[in-house]
Design a protein around this ligand. Structure first.
Ligand code: HEC
Ligand code: HEC
Ligand code: HEC
Length: 458
């Protein structure tokens, strides 16, 4: 049998498995929808949301400068602009397509345009949207808008955000209609969803912890909505609270665990989290790429106190500790795995598997120019990064294909993309090699399927 037909068969069987999974999840989703519909009935019965009367023009002179500046900073922590801006579109005017397992949802226009934006929304209507996920007309909003987190924001902060939004230039723009299949196009279902999964109400401080920790928890759990990406979701698309920060999904990237399940060899200390969240880079953990980059770009403008607070919170939920000698052993090992500087360097342990050997050659040819010890612009030792230690290879695949456009605070640390210059089979071998060489973890599963999936959308 030729290698070619082998690959064709592999692809065919993957497609078959893929179709099966799609069919199964359709069935599960339909069962889920019927269940939600029943609950929705109960919820609507007990809890109706009337329209809130329109105002002539939102905002006005009643907000002072301090409030407006505070509101501007808060919209950064909430990353409102990231979701409410279409590619090439006006900031906050909406129209970004957000794919979900249920279909595509478009973000709305939140500039103060009266016809197409939130220009006719009173503060009360805005607060209700943030707290309960209901629009001014009384329609339920989809939880892609992370109101399950924003519900924790204080009245005062919601007011400041509202104030800031009303000072934006009104933009007349109507985003495309959502593309949701039956029955998910019925917003009524969300009444049932909320009954099950929406825990409404402001953040409650935990008196066991100090002020900094509580500030951090408030920002992370509320506006920062870190768990929207970093926590797993159930089949209804709701964050699983019992598994909070165990790792989740973000635009086909893996959002790593931020609790004791974190896979970075060196546990995150507060100061390292500050480096990462502010500048998008830490020398013992690596860089913020993909969907984390815009989050970090907005945190760049925040006050140091707030970033230290968020970092204090996440250091505390890690609950992993190393003593100095354990940590030094990890750093020493990482250094020993780094590529040497001399010409024709080969690692101490050379693989005997032909695929690993081919992968090693690709690494030596394409990657070792930068990823080697003694390089002036030393990238972090790959052995230390969350990406190479992650449970699946997706983030490394994205980085190899597209390269890295570093966050604002790490500007010089860019990496070119190789999607056009390295073939899929070379990338498969390269991934195998990287995992084998830089970690002691089991090999990644289904590398070729994941690379093919990336290529198909590239
Ligand atoms: C993860 C993406 C995401 C983020 C972050 C986000 N939104 Fe949204 N937002 C959406 C989507 C999508 C909708 C539309 C939901 C729907 O159609 O049911 C929406 C709807 C809204 C609405 C309702 C508007 C209307 O016309 O119905 C308001 C108000 C709003 N967002 C404000 C904000 C603010 C303020 C922030 C930042 C604090 C923010 N959003 C952050 C995705 C997001
Ligand atoms: C839009 C989704 C999204 C949001 C919101 C988000 N993250 Fe992330 N985060 C990611 C992704 C994806 C990665 C992986 C990036 C990479 O591999 O370069 C990541 C990486 C990280 C890492 C590095 C983890 C590791 O082990 O390497 C930390 C720390 C982190 N995020 C903290 C936060 C905090 C704190 C917040 C809230 C303020 C937050 N994130 C909000 C998607 C998100
Ligand atoms: C021109 C220099 C350059 C080349 C060539 C290069 N990289 Fe990078 N790479 C970087 C920089 C800079 C970073 C980001 C800084 C950091 O991680 O410290 C990076 C980051 C990465 C990361 C993310 C690490 C993290 O922090 O999570 C991976 C994975 C990676 N590179 C793999 C590769 C692979 C595989 C190749 C070869 C196909 C390659 N790189 C080629 C410069 C380069």
């Amino acid at each position: 049998m030729t290698p070619h037909s082998n690959i064709t068969r592999r692809v065919a069987s993957n497609q078959h498995a893929g179709r099966l999974i799609v069919t199964m999840s359709r069935i599960l989703l339909s069962v889920a929808a019927v269940f939600l519909a029943l609950l929705a009935g109960a919820a609507i019965w007990s809890n109706r949301h009337p329209e809130i009367a329109p105002v002539e023009q939102a905002g006005g002179a009643e907000f002072d400068t301090a409030q407006l500046l505070h509101g501007e900073a808060l919209t950064g922590i909430g990353a409102c602009e990231v979701c409410h801006t279409a590619p090439g579109g006006t900031p906050f005017a909406g129209g970004l397509a957000l794919p979900t397992p249920f279909g595509t949802i478009y973000s709305t226009n939140i500039t103060p345009d009266v016809e197409t934006g939130i220009g006719s929304w009173s503060e009360e209507a805005f607060r209700r949207a943030m707290r309960e996920g209901v629009d001014r007309n009384g329609r339920h909003l989809y939880p892609v808008f992370p109101y399950d987190h924003f519900t924790k924001v204080t009245d005062e902060d919601i007011r400041a955000i509202y104030a800031h939004l009303t000072t934006l230039e009104p933009v007349e723009y109507k985003p495309p209609e959502n593309e949701l299949g039956f029955p998910f196009n019925f917003r009524m279902l969300l009444a049932g969803w909320k009954l099950l999964f929406l825990d409404k109400g402001e953040f409650q401080p935990d008196s066991q912890w100090g002020e900094e920790w509580n500030r951090g928890a408030y920002l992370a759990e509320g506006l920062g909505h870190c768990g929207a990406c970093h926590s797993p979701r159930n089949m209804f698309g709701a964050v699983m609270q019992a598994a909070a920060y165990d790792g989740g999904e973000a635009e086909d990237w893996h959002a790593p665990a931020l609790n004791k399940m974190s896979r970075t060899p060196i546990p995150w200390k507060q100061l390292q989290l500050v480096n990462y969240l502010y500048d998008g880079w830490d020398e013992e953990h690596g860089i913020a790429a993909g969907p984390m980059a815009p989050v970090v770009n907005h945190l760049y403008d925040q006050s140091e106190d707030d970033i230290f607070a968020i970092a204090a919170y996440f250091e505390s939920i890690q609950r992993r500790r190393l003593n100095d000698s354990e940590k030094n052993a990890i750093l020493e090992r990482a250094r020993s795995l780094d590529w040497g500087t001399e010409f024709g360097y080969r690692p101490a342990v050379v693989p005997d598997d032909p695929a690993l050997l081919r992968g090693m050659d690709v690494f030596a040819d394409q990657c070792a120019t930068c990823h080697k010890s003694g390089n002036v612009q030393v990238p972090v030792s790959l052995a230390l990064t969350g990406t190479v230690n992650a449970p699946d290879p997706r983030n490394v695949i994205h980085v190899i294909f597209d390269g890295i456009r570093p966050p604002r605070g790490a500007l010089q640390r860019s990496m070119p993309g190789f999607g056009a210059s390295i073939s899929d089979s070379e990338i498969n071998d390269l991934l195998k090699f990287i995992r084998w060489h830089f970690t002691d973890l089991p090999p990644w599963q289904d590398i070729s399927g994941q690379v093919a999936a990336k290529r198909a959308h590239w």
